[in-house]
Ligand binder design. Sequence first.
Ligand SMILES: C=CC1=C(C)c2cc3[nH]c(cc4nc(cc5[nH]c(cc1n2)c(C)c5CCC(=O)O)C(CCC(=O)O)=C4C)c(C)c3C=C
Ligand SMILES: [Fe+2]
Ligand SMILES: [Fe+2]
Length: 377
Amino acid sequence: MPMISNVSCTPPSPHDDSLPPVGSGKRRKLAVVLFNLGGPDSPAAIRPFLLNLFKDPAILRVPFFVRPILARIIAKARVKPASENYALLGGKSPLLELTQEQARTLEQALPEFEARCFIAMRYWHPFAHETVREVKDWDPDEIILLPLYPQYSTTTTGSSLTDWREAAAAAGLAKQTFSLCCYHSDRDFASATAALVRKAYDEARNTLPDDVPLRLLFSAHGLPEVIVKKGDPYQFQVERSTAAVLRAMNIPGLDHQICYQSRATPQVWLGPSTEEAIDRAVEDGVAVLVVPIAFVSEHSETLVELDVEYAELAHGKNIKGYFRVPTQNSDPEFIDSLAGLVRRVREHGPGLCSFAGGRVCPRIHRDCPHGEQEDAA
Ligand SMILES: C=CC1=C(C)c2cc3[nH]c(cc4nc(cc5[nH]c(cc1n2)c(C)c5CCC(=O)O)C(CCC(=O)O)=C4C)c(C)c3C=C
Ligand SMILES: [Fe+2]
Ligand SMILES: [Fe+2]
């Protein structure tokens, strides 16, 4: 079931007065809302943060009367390992501060507007209902909803956009709104990402002996397999992102593999897992360069899971080399790609757009939020 309504991406009419007249001196007030998952801001916040996450029907797909109790059980079981991870980061997630920096940088990359970036996190402050009030007080001309998830999943972007719409409706925020569902293989996003991968690749190659092969492990956050089987387009979009980055890198014959990290429940999750991919690299006698392909900011799953847990696992098995590409954070080329997406979404008109305009996902991905008739031009 799609988590957000199928709102079409209407092309702008030549007489559409929602867009500013060319050359008119007045800059439009543009509220850009950045969405991410959020993270605990203190040790005491870890448990309620996890509870919020597992109470989300988009995450825990069980009958509503079982969900609260099951959410409590799973959250309770995760408090200890999650607390150990956050302890390595000073007891909190760095996600909000890094997103605030992205917000300030993106404002500067949109000088033709009076742009102000707001942040709405799904499971910890600032929540959508808090941000909706801030946006309403600022009274923008238009609102752009911009997920910091390049790939669409019902569990992330879908859940965040539903949350925003409900909060906006409850607060009576009725401004013209433009939403982006995904930018998994947007050319500028791929090129910005490829530049970061290329830099880390060259550094890794310079450290390794010439006879040690280097494999790129594109590591994405995992998803329970049942969610994908029901029609979630996330895996398809992760594969498209990987292909787009490889294309932009333009190094023929690069050894690479897609894998999935951060398994959080006992269900069957997408595979191969990043641990399995590391095992295979050890068997094959190759070094690995891990590329986080579904996160655009550093947080516990990159700084602890990739840099500490998987690095220890890999070194414990005498891997030939273990390197990691940093996430985009406020990288100027990445922020420029987001600014380009903001402009394009606006040109496409109010409603929901993909980076390409309309639907890019094949029909089998029924949870793609675009309707049947909305193929990208
Ligand atoms: C069933 C559980 C989960 C699904 C499905 C899931 C999907 C998913 N998550 C991200 C990105 C992030 N996840 C983060 C933390 C996090 N995620 C889960 C569970 C699921 N995620 C948990 C339990 C946690 C908490 C951390 C932990 O207990 O280990 C974070 C933020 C973490 C931080 O440090 O701030 C992000 C970001 C994606 C992209 C995704 C599916 C596509
Ligand atoms: Fe997650
Ligand atoms: Fe789609």
